[in-house]
Ligand binder design. Sequence first.
Ligand code: SAH
Ligand code: SF4
Length: 391
Amino acid sequence: MADAPITQDVLTIPRKLPEGPVNLVGMTRAAMREALIAQGTPEKQAKMRVGQIWQWIYQWGVRDFAEMTNLSKAYRAQLAETFVIEIPEVVSKQVSTDGTRKWLVRIAGGHEVEVVYIPEEGRGTLCISSQVGCTLTCSFCHTGTQKLVRNLTAGEIIGQVMMARDDLDEWPVPGAPKDETRLLSNIVLMGMGEPLYNFENVRDAMKIAMDEEGIQLSRRRITLSTSGVVPEIERTANEIGCQLAVSFHATTDEVRDKLVPINKRWNIDVLLEALRAYPRGRNSERITFEYVMLDGVNDSDADAHRLVKLIEGIPAKINLIPFNEWPGAPYKRSSNNRIRAFANIVYQAGYASPIRTPRGEDIMAACGQLKSATERARKSRKEIAAEAGLS
Ligand code: SAH
Ligand code: SF4
């Protein structure tokens, strides 16, 4: 007899925890509630317990159940038997002459990703990674030369923020007056990987970052950068609600196909249509168009004019990124004069066009230079060239 399909009424499935210690970091509130019930917390108390534990972890930065003093000693011991509160481990840290910090952190399986902190006047931005490597092969991007090893879990994504707060010594002290200035005030998903190809984990992690009883970053201070995964753009608005940046980088499909090969799947027109539909909470919220300045490739006056024409009607700011060179890169950075001339055309058309100052160049912490030295799985030059249509 053929095996009958196994069916079970969902209501009768016992709540079961996996073998071994279970990490609470990265769970949604609903998932944490389920986990606590499975561990033996009475259902009636579960919501309140989640609230208490959540605050210890995300508001105060506590990693040890013993410190959760509003829980009974017996309950703390029970929790410690089943759960852990773990974040990625710091392998190394470099500090640039301009104050930029770059950490290499190790995640389960021994993989490593990079996290960068950029201090600015009265604020600071943390650039976090969403994947080890990337499935895409943008021809100017160092991460793009590395195969996708795996997606990061929600815990590993929010864990980067917690790690940085540890290193910046920025967890509030209970009872101390609230300090409104924050060293880590903004998050950008602009490290390694394509965040929209790891949607659920990125969403769950950013929900934790925004949670009112935890890290409390406003959705306006979180920016997700995508190469243009069109079907997930609307979901980003609906399910995360953060700010959006798009790696635009070219003004014709011919050039964009080479620079950002995902353009062959969703071209400039299709991408712009999705961006026009991106809902905004307030009028002041604009979509950031990232535009890497590559000498002789996409940096002409004609490109600048085409760019402003293309994005007409979209509330936008254009972020010009001087290309950050990396060993073996097939492009050169546009000259400063060229970048200024380009910026001027964009500005004249009525768009803010900040030129991004490369930060942490001496420690290879600048945008697009991140690539873990430990991963040996490389895409071959041929693979990259073929994908980008450069061969
Ligand atoms: N995968 C996402 C986010 C990570 S890359 C994306 O592509 O948008 C973050 C930004 O750095 C993107 O705009 C990317 O195009 C840009 N970038 C990549 N390599 C770069 C380099 N070598 N110099 C300057 N910017 C680069
Ligand atoms: Fe991946 Fe973004 Fe680099 Fe393209 S630019 S290869 S999408 S990380």
